[in-house]
Design a protein around this ligand. Structure first.
Ligand SMILES: [Ca+2]
Ligand SMILES: [Ca+2]
Length: 147
């Protein structure tokens, strides 16, 4: 004990300063790890073992493949359904494949090129996507009139 601590009448500490130092050091290490895990849970992009988001990874599995084509179409045509299905994925960032700072139909052709030539036919052509959007808008309009 330091002289200051040993004269403290409320002092409940026993042992040496080195023992307390080691305990406090371990407590701080554990606390820092706990806070870090909470931050990474809330902001996974900050986790260096996870890395930044992968452009075109519309389903958030960190791989751009044909599974992302369906998620991309949901994001374009049913944004609320997309948010519900993929709550941790920001479509406006991940889906901006052409890098023009907007997520829109213009990203479809660049998304197809991410998948490669073999899977290009699995992604709807822009004209087909426009038809899908019109159909989705019509369905939404019908649903609202019924309510
Ligand atoms: Ca993916
Ligand atoms: Ca874009």
């Amino acid at each position: 004990m330091t002289p200051t601590l040993s004269v403290d009448p409320d002092n409940q500490l026993t042992g040496t300063v080195a023992e307390h130092f080691d305990e406090l050091q371990q407590w701080m290490i554990d606390r820092a790890a706990n806070v870090q895990s909470q931050v990474y849970a809330e902001y996974p992009d900050l986790n260096p073992t996870v890395g930044p988001p992968v452009v075109g990874d519309m389903n958030g599995d960190r791989v751009v493949d044909a599974d992302d084509a369906a998620a991309l179409m949901i994001a374009l045509t049913q944004p609320l359904a997309y948010i519900a299905a993929y709550p941790g994925v920001d479509a406006s960032t991940i889906g901006d494949v052409d890098g023009r700072c907007t997520f829109d139909l213009g990203d479809l052709s660049d998304f197809s090129s991410l998948l490669g030539p073999a899977s290009a036919e699995s992604v709807p052509e822009p004209a087909s996507a426009v038809l899908l959007l019109i159909a989705a808008a019509m369905l939404c309009g019908r649903a609202r009139r019924r309510v």
